[in-house]
Design a binder for this molecule. Structure first.
Ligand code: GUN
Length: 289
């Protein structure tokens, strides 16, 4: 049996970051603008700390300025909102990202809505959500954007294909469904109440797995030749008391059946950060137009 082609997110994102770096140098030299990204982290969640460190490192590598705001877990909501107001007004800051999830005493939606939509590089503000749904020029959430870039690169036109998005989160599932509709796919959005998930997945030419459940989607659910984008990043116990990262798809099974698949790690993850930098560059260019 032939194995699926691996869609290499590390290589793809490195190419994208090179393009971004070149454009950052252009607007810095031509317009004296250095794109600036502010990342806000509330609390000490270890996984979030790793993401925030990576985001800052990659921003600096591309020639952007990064501003890190690390606040204690008991930060009052009002303080966070005041910080965001300051970043909204700061001309050095073109992109604002507040790492989710936030501690429970903070209303995430209120925080998202406090960010200026044209600096909302996560694309989570209702203004950007609406632009994506209605078809306009907003900022598109990074993980769906990176997933779509990989799909387009591998498949070319997606028109007429059947796509299933497993998971209906605001961060991935819903915006991904809108992007697929834009590309003229026939889209199914599956979730915890979907009746025959294996049957729904078997019908799809494109599978987007974004449920956050380790290896939930089995290899024998995949239609032969389908393209599988695995958004999940789950840490599970491994031999010798160690842990390892797995996706939402049973990779060992799916790689035998699919036409192409993203590995975990090294698939969607690096594309998300590259798309965050791309959104920051886009925001900087638009803000100074
Ligand atoms: N937490 C997990 N994914 C994301 C993301 O894309 N953006 C933010 N802000 N927080 C996250």
């Amino acid at each position: 049996m032939t194995q699926a082609k691996l869609i290499d997110g590390n290589a793809f994102s490195a190419g994208l970051r090179d393009e971004i770096t070149a454009r950052v140098h252009e607007i810095r030299d031509g317009h004296r603008i250095t794109p600036g990204l502010a990342v806000v982290l509330v609390g000490e969640d270890p996984a979030s700390q790793v993401y925030v460190r990576n985001k800052n490192k990659r921003a600096a590598e591309c020639g952007m300025t990064s501003f890190e705001h690390i606040l204690p877990a008991d930060t009052p909501e009002r303080h966070l909102l005041t910080l965001i107001e300051g970043l909204n007004d700061d001309p050095m800051v073109h992109g604002i990202l507040v790492q989710l999830p936030l501690p429970r005493h903070i209303d995430s939606q209120k925080v998202i809505e406090a960010i200026r939509p044209d600096k909302d590089v996560d694309g989570f503000h209702p203004w950007n959500v609406g632009k994506l749904a209605a078809g306009g020029v907003g900022l598109i959430p990074c993980t769906p954007l990176g997933s779509m870039m990989m799909l387009r690169d591998h498949l070319g036109s997606l028109a007429g294909m059947k796509a299933i998005v497993v998971g209906r989160s605001n961060i991935v599932g819903k915006p991904m469904a809108h992007l697929l509709i834009r590309e003229n796919c026939t889209v199914t959005v599956a979730h915890s109440q979907t009746r025959d998930l294996p049957g729904e997945v078997r019908a799809a030419d494109i599978v987007i797995a974004a449920v956050g459940k380790p290896e939930m989607i089995k290899g024998d659910w995949i239609k032969p030749g389908a393209t599988v984008i695995d958004v999940g990043i789950n840490r599970v116990a491994a031999e010798g008391g160690k842990t390892r990262l797995v996706g939402d798809v049973d990779f060992a099974g799916a790689v035998q059946v699919a036409g192409a698949i993203t590995p975990v790690p090294g698939g969607v993850g690096p594309m998300t950060i590259a798309c965050l930098l791309r959104n920051t560059l886009t925001a900087a260019a638009r803000l100074h137009r």
